[in-house]
Design a protein around this ligand. Structure first.
Ligand SMILES: [Zn+2]
Length: 76
């Protein structure tokens, strides 16, 4: 379960808030020429946060350009 459900997976509170396009957007540089929109979720009860790159197009660019992390082998 993640914060996008509106319920905090850590404390089960429903005090979940989101920063999306309405208040402004955070953009994460994903390559020399591109930036991806990041949506932030915060549980205001316990402080847990999660970020999501919602655009499949942006995720595709990351999959193309960023090194893959092999399960069981932490990235350097
Ligand atoms: Zn919480």
């Amino acid at each position: 379960m993640d914060l996008r459900t509106g319920v905090c997976p850590l404390c089960q509170a429903t005090a979940v808030h989101v920063l999306d396009g309405a208040l402004g957007q955070t953009r994460l540089p994903i390559s020399a020429v591109g930036k991806a929109v990041i949506t932030h979720y915060v549980c205001t009860h316990c402080g847990y946060t999660q970020d999501f790159m919602e655009s499949p197009k942006d995720r595709g660019k990351v999959a193309e350009k960023w090194p893959h992390v092999t399960p069981g082998k932490p990235a350097p």
